[in-house]
Design a protein around this ligand. Sequence first.
Ligand code: SAM
Length: 197
Amino acid sequence: MNNFWDERYLEKEYVYGKDANVFLKTELDNISVGRILFPCEGEGRNAVYAAQKGWVVDAFDTSIEGFKKANDLAKEKRVSISYKVADALTVDYPRESFDAVALIYSHFPDTIREQVHHKIITWLKPNGVLILEAFNPNQLNNTSGGPKDLSLLYTEEMLVKDFKSLTTLQFSTEVISLNEGKYHQGKADVIRLVGKK
Ligand SMILES: C[S@@+](CC[C@H](N)C(=O)[O-])C[C@H]1O[C@@H](n2cnc3c(N)ncnc32)[C@H](O)[C@@H]1O
């Protein structure tokens, strides 16, 4: 899997663009600036946006090529982010260290999803906010990107179970129009979740 992402990020262009995800931008406007973590952050578009808005930003991803492009983007935008090359299964941060965690198209397999999501909750401070956008199974009918493997696509049931300890602020299944670089273009079926610890 690492090779897949490294190869994709070796493309010269930012494959999901340099602009942050629209849902993330909207939700960040609703919460006070603090410390935020971006798991599976790829080329860094969301992390760099948050840093530009004054957040103290941590991010990680298994892809070394994503890491390089994220740091290049941070340099270009003259902001600082702390980005580790690490796997969600083994990476660790101190308990209760983040005011927000943003999972933007972070699709974990069944075998680790619940474990990783539970770990992420431990990193949130009390009142910390989780922001998640991911593809749901209907995305298999679209051509706007996302995993082609049903088991990597998220249902409401999965997320209700994984994040039951959070207070739900927003939870919706939506059909949206994506315009994020070369690989996220057009009609998309997503789940959007905002939860508070
Ligand atoms: C669709 S990309 C999303 C990138 C970024 N969040 C964005 O919105 O532009 C999915 C990313 O998840 C990363 N990833 C997948 N499994 C991972 C894992 N177990 N640990 C860390 N990163 C992972 C991949 O390397 C890839 O960069």
